[in-house]
Design a protein around this ligand. Structure first.
Ligand SMILES: [Zn+2]
Length: 317
């Protein structure tokens, strides 16, 4: 059987899936990354995932596509990763030597969005911007059907400045989109509001959730028209709208995909406000034919993106 492997190498776990040539998942393997144990251990964990996918199967492996957090160069080398101990590490050379198949590596968010785009049902759409709103805010740019990485690190949409005099971001800068729209940012603004004495059901929910608000609690408060919860959600939509309008003015994409944990749980509430806000700041006419899509793949976006990436590379070679 002809097959591909998609890998999602995360800071805590490595997800792998074996795909048939048409993209159907045949088998899944998940292992801990064990990042704290160092480079060799992480590499062995990656091998275990690949070996687990290949055992007991009559497989003609055509390629492996993978994503990992951080700055990836030439689709092969991890220059730096915030949560995996690879530094200037040519993972592709190692995998190719061991398994003798094409291997292509990208930044995890870029690879995930490549999966979302290929699964969106809009195969004729080739210019896409993707924003993943989760613990942080990540993104990706597809131009002419290809992931645009610049020198390797392009697509850091979360660190676009949406308020230069704004709050400090984890990256050290001020007023980044991530500081406002990420789950971490939302949590901070809720805690700050409660400290200032805002009357809100979120105070009670926050205690019940164990001091980190669940997206479902925020939605519940929003649906109950809690004034502060509505303000928090509107704030997230406002800053996402500013970010999207900048991106639309610069790239004029055919489609904007919004994904990540926050969009998965609050997407239906957020999307109409995000679209309304972003329309306020674009140049006239620019938004007329831009499609907005919520992501569909959830936690499978990385492995599915890996499959499509492997397939794209295999087609070329
Ligand atoms: Zn930042």
């Amino acid at each position: 059987m002809k097959a591909y492997i998609g890998l999602d190498i995360g800071g805590t776990k490595i997800l792998g899936a074996l795909f048939d040539e048409y993209g159907k998942i045949i088998k899944r393997v998940k292992k801990k990354t064990k990042a704290a144990k160092g480079t060799e251990t992480v590499l062995l964990q990656i091998f275990k995932v690949i070996d687990g996918l290949l055992e007991d199967e009559e497989i003609h492996l055509l390629g492996i596509g993978a994503g990992c957090p951080g700055f990836v160069k030439d689709y092969s080398t991890v220059v730096f990763s915030p949560n995996i101990p690879f530094v200037d590490y040519d993972l592709a050379a190692i995998i190719k030597a061991k398994y003798n198949v094409p291997f292509v590596l990208g930044n995890d968010v870029n690879v995930a969005m490549f999966g979302e785009w290929n699964s969106s049902g809009f195969s004729d759409v080739n210019d896409v911007i993707s924003i993943f709103v989760g613990t942080g805010v990540g993104g990706g740019i597809i131009i002419d059907g290809k992931i645009y990485v610049g020198q390797g690190g392009a697509g850091e949409i979360g660190h676009m400045i949406v308020n230069p005099n704004g709050i400090i971001c984890g990256c050290g800068s001020h007023g980044c989109l991530e500081a406002y729209a990420s789950k971490t940012g939302i949590q901070k603004s809720i805690v700050a509001g409660i400290r200032k004495g805002r009357k809100t059901v979120l105070k009670e929910y926050l205690e019940a959730d164990g001091d980190v608000i669940k997206s479902s609690s925020l939605r519940r408060a929003y649906e109950a028209n809690d004034e502060f919860a509505v303000e928090v959600i509107d704030g997230v939509a406002f800053y996402l709208g500013i970010g999207i309008s900048n991106l639309v003015n610069i790239f004029h994409p055919e489609m904007v995909i919004l994904g990540g944990g926050v969009m998965e749980s609050l997407g239906e509430e957020l999307l109409p406000i995000v679209i309304k806000e972003s329309k306020k700041y674009v140049m006239p006419g620019m938004m007329n034919n831009v499609k907005f899509q919520l992501s569909k793949l959830s936690d499978d976006a990385g492995i599915v993106g890996g499959y499509y990436l492997a397939k794209a590379i295999e087609c070329k070679s």
